[in-house]
Write a protein that binds this ligand. Structure first.
Ligand SMILES: Cc1ncc(COP(=O)(O)O)c(C=O)c1O
Length: 393
């Protein structure tokens, strides 16, 4: 029956991250592969009470696609007032996570064969969404300052059917890097010059270790070139599946129609729970707990890597988020190392999984520092250093 599957599914690959997670369901595995949060701060008790308080006929009824109005308003207020995201030409759409914003924006803007430019490496969920709509994906090389803008400009110059520039400018997944403010402004200028929309995917920007929030690209967007994708997955909990876009009204109205073909509207109970959580609790204090915990864990991981890793392995030093990225010397493959590490019961994700070309020779691998305990970080980095030494010798 496999011939019954549509062509559009043919280029989609199962997320390597989810596949590694299946292998590592065994609790004796040290998980550096997940993109999960540290569950110890999930506000379980508050969410329980709030769920109980909102579970009534109105939250169980069909609702408008744009989302629960009080939630839209509080999102506009929090992200508008606090971070300058969005103006009177923009509107908020509540979505099933940031992933759905990527999907909706692509569905509305990208015809089969159109070009999407993005960082290489990038978030695999976005790559699959672009592939599902038949986009031609062109990966732009990255440095410690994110997307290389000269290469981006060359790609914009060379292709006349670019429909979207997709970027994760803050604490990028997978490499943890952050694009400096000057580059953000230049990126916006390029989008304007070539008349191409930017999809700014920023689920991690509030997870800055020092609490210093880098201004979003959207906050400089006076001419309506940016769709901002936000999420409560990394600040409240991913299982609630609530995210949002803040984008020019003309695209929000199209994305709203597209959402009607996907899920009609976001879960009514959890939209209300998130609304009340934002209204009644100190969200910033909650996020600060994550900032401090991840700062501690990443700093432990990096100091052990400084001490134990072969000097030929290079790595990023993120200032927030959940991930860092390592590169083996040229000629070595992150995929081989990831496979070798399974024997040592340490799970890492090979760089090839995030590569726009699915390049098996990718020298990189991604490490997550939010999930493992400090003990696991100590044991796991030691095992990883041994694995690297065995592979590079
Ligand atoms: C860069 C990036 N964008 C979007 C998402 C999707 O998150 P969610 O749909 O849970 O908001 C993720 C999840 O890991 C991510 O890393």
């Amino acid at each position: 029956m496999s011939k019954a599957i549509s062509n559009r599914m043919e280029n989609l690959k199962p997320s390597a991250v989810r596949e590694v997670l299946k292998l590592t369901a065994d609790p004796s595995f040290i998980a550096f592969a997940a993109g999960n949060l540290s569950a110890e701060f999930f506000p379980v008790e508050q969410l329980k009470k709030l769920s109980d308080s909102v579970l009534e006929t109105s939250s169980l009824q069909y609702s408008v696609t744009e989302g629960y109005e009080p939630l839209r308003e509080i999102v506009a207020l929090r992200y508008g007032k606090k971070y300058g995201i969005g103006n009177s030409d923009d509107s908020v759409l509540i979505t099933a996570g940031g992933q759905q914003v990527i999907n909706l924006a692509t569905q509305c803007l990208v015809n089969s064969g159109d070009v999407v430019l993005c960082e290489n490496p990038t978030f695999v969920g976005a790559l699959n969404a672009f592939r599902a709509y038949g986009a031609k994906i062109i990966g732009i090389p990255t440095t410690n300052e994110g997307m290389c803008l000269d290469a981006l400009e060359a790609a914009l110059e060379a292709n006349d059917n670019v429909k979207l520039i997709y970027t994760i400018p803050t604490f990028q997944n997978p490499n943890g890097t952050t694009m400096p403010v000057e580059n953000r402004k230049r990126l916006l200028e390029l989008a304007k010059k070539y008349d191409v929309m930017i999809l700014e995917d920023s689920p991690y920007f509030e997870l800055a270790f020092d609490g210093e929030i880098t201004p979003t690209i959207k906050s400089f967007d006076t001419d309506g070139y940016v769709i901002f994708a936000g999420s409560f997955s990394k600040t409240i909990a991913p299982g609630i599946r609530v995210g949002f876009s803040i984008a020019p009204k003309w695209i929000t109205s199209r994305m709203t129609i597209a959402k009607q073909t996907q899920d009609v509207h976001t879960n009514g109970v959890f939209m209300r729970v998130v609304y009340k959580y934002l209204r009644d609790f100190n969200v910033d204090a909650h996020i600060q707990q994550y900032q401090q915990l991840y700062a501690k864990k990443s700093s432990l991981m990096l100091s052990l890597m400084d001490e134990l890793f072969d000097k030929r392995v290079s790595f990023t030093r993120p200032k927030g988020g959940l991930f860092l990225w390592c590169d083996l010397p040229k000629g070595y493959s992150g995929t081989v190392l990831a496979n070798n590490m399974l024997e040592k019961k340490v799970a890492i994700v090979p760089g090839a999984a995030f590569d726009t070309e699915d390049n098996i020779n990718n020298t990189g691998f991604r490490l997550n520092f939010s999930v493992p305990t400090e003990e696991n970080i100590k044991t796991g980095i030691k095992l990883l250093a041994d694995g690297i030494d065995e592979y590079l010798k």
